[in-house]
Write a new protein. Structure first.
Length: 357
C-alpha cells in the first residue's frame, strides 16, 4: 500500500510530499523545508516509516531545504539533480534515474527551464508526478533568473510533462491560492501560459511580462541550498528544547515520558488540568502537581513561573495537549505534554497521591 501525505509550509507556500511503501516501511520526502524538519520527522515516526532519502526538485530560491537537517536527524540520503550544481548530495540524479522506496520507485525526468537542475519525479505507475516549479497549477515557474529559459521550460512542459497520461495527477512545489493538485489533462486544456494551442512565442511573451518581484529569501536560501541545506554554522541548526528529552508530535507540540517526569519532577512545574474530582479520584495525581483546571487555565497562568519549564497532565493526554497550546499563547516557551496522561502513569505503576477506590 502506498502512503502519501501532502505537507505545507505557510511561510514559503511550499508543498512537501511524503511517499512510503507500507509493506517495506521505506519512505522518501520530496522538497522538505528546513523549518518543518521536526514536523516531518514526527510524522515519519508516527507512521512507522524509515526515511531513505530526501529529494529536491531543484535548488530553491524561496526557502532552505530540510535535506541536510533530516539527514543529520534520521540518516536519510540527500538526492538532487547533478545539473543543479549543489554540493553535498549523496545521490546526484540524471534523467531517467530511479529512486526506490521499498517496492515502489520514482523516475526522475529532467525538466529544465525554471532552473538548469529542475526535475519532475514520476511515480512508477504514472498515476502521480511531482513537478516542482516547472509546472504549477494553472501556472509555471518563472524564467527571469537562476538559469531561466523560456525555450527550455516550454519544451520541458510540452514534451515531457504533457506526454504523461492525461489522468496523471500533478503535484507542484508551491501554490499561493490554496490549490493542492491538478492533472495533465487539466493543464493541457486550461493552463493560460502553456496549455491549449499556446505557441512557444506566445509563452515567451507571457513570461517576459510577468513583472514578478525578487524572491524575498533568495540571498539566504540559494547559497544554503547549494550546500543542500547545510548551515554555515552547524551548531545553530538545532532548535530542539534542551531542558528534557522531549518528542515532537505531528500535531505540533512536545511530549515528555511519564517515567522522566517521575524521576525529575522537581526540575519543572507540573500542572494538572483536570477537575478537582478527577484530581482526587481513582487515578490520583502526581506528587507536587498543581491543580489548574483547563477551563480556568487562561485566567490562572499569571501564578506560574515563566522561567521554569511546565509539564501539563490530564487523564489521557488530550486536554493537557490543549493546555500546552494555551500556555504557549500566554508566553510560555518551555512546555511539554505528559504522554498518555494519568492512564499511562498508572499503567506504568508510578506512584500517585490522593487516589481512592
Amino acid at each position: 500500500m502506498l502512503i502519501f501525505r501532502q505537507l505545507f509550509d505557510p511561510q514559503s507556500s511550499t508543498y512537501s510530499y511524503l511517499l512510503g511503501d507500507r509493506a517495506g516501511g521505506q519512505a522518501i520526502l520530496i522538497d522538505p523545508v528546513f523549518e518543518q524538519a521536526a514536523r516531518d520527522a514526527a510524522l515519519i515516526k508516527e507512521l512507522d516509516l524509515h526515511l531513505g532519502a530526501t529529494i529536491d526538485t531543484h535548488a530553491h530560491a524561496d526557502h532552505v531545504t530540510g535535506a541536510w537537517l533530516l539527514k543529520s536527524r534520521l540518516g536519510s540520503k540527500i538526492a538532487i539533480s547533478a545539473a543543479s550544481g549543489a554540493q553535498g548530495a549523496d545521490i546526484e540524479l540524471g534523467d531517467g534515474d530511479r529512486i526506490e522506496f521499498g517496492g515502489r520507485y520514482l523516475t526522475a525526468l529532467s525538466t529544465p527551464g525554471h532552473t538548469d537542475g529542475c526535475m519532475t519525479f514520476v511515480l512508477d505507475n504514472e498515476t502521480m508526478a511531482f513537478t516542482g516549479d516547472a509546472l504549477l497549477i494553472r501556472g509555471c515557474g518563472r524564467t527571469d533568473f537562476q538559469q531561466g529559459s523560456t525555450h527550455q521550460l516550454y519544451q520541458s512542459i510540452r514534451t515531457r510533462i504533457f506526454t504523461l497520461p492525461d489522468s496523471c495527477l500533478l503535484y507542484p512545489a508551491h501554490d499561493y491560492q490554496g490549490l493542492t493538485v491538478t492533472s495533465v489533462e487539466e493543464e493541457k486544456s486550461f493552463n493560460p501560459r502553456v496549455g491549449g494551442n499556446t505557441s512557444e512565442s506566445d509563452f515567451s511573451g507571457y513570461m517576459q511580462n510577468l513583472g514578478l518581484p525578487h524572491p524575498r529569501q533568495i540571498d539566504v536560501a540559494l547559497p544554503a541550498n547549494m550546500r543542500c541545506g547545510r548551515p554555515e554554522d552547524e551548531t545553530l541548526a538545532s532548535n530542539e528544547p534542551s531542558w528534557a528529552p522531549l518528542t515532537f508530535t505531528f500535531a505540533g507540540f512536545w511530549e515528555i515520558d511519564p517515567i522522566w517526569v517521575q524521576e525529575h519532577g522537581d526540575e519543572f512545574q507540573v500542572i494538572d488540568v483536570r477537575g478537582e474530582e478527577e484530581f482526587n479520584g481513582p487515578l490520583g495525581h502526581i506528587r507536587g502537581a498543581r491543580l489548574m483546571p483547563l477551563n480556568t487555565l487562561s485566567e490562572t497562568t499569571a501564578s506560574l513561573d515563566k522561567d521554569k519549564p511546565v509539564v501539563t497532565v490530564c487523564r489521557s493526554g488530550a486536554r493537557s495537549a490543549q493546555a500546552v497550546t494555551l500556555l504557549k499563547k500566554a508566553g510560555f516557551t518551555e512546555v511539554a505534554n505528559m504522554a498518555g496522561g494519568m492512564l499511562r502513569w498508572n499503567a506504568q505503576n508510578l506512584p500517585a497521591e490522593g487516589a481512592r477506590d
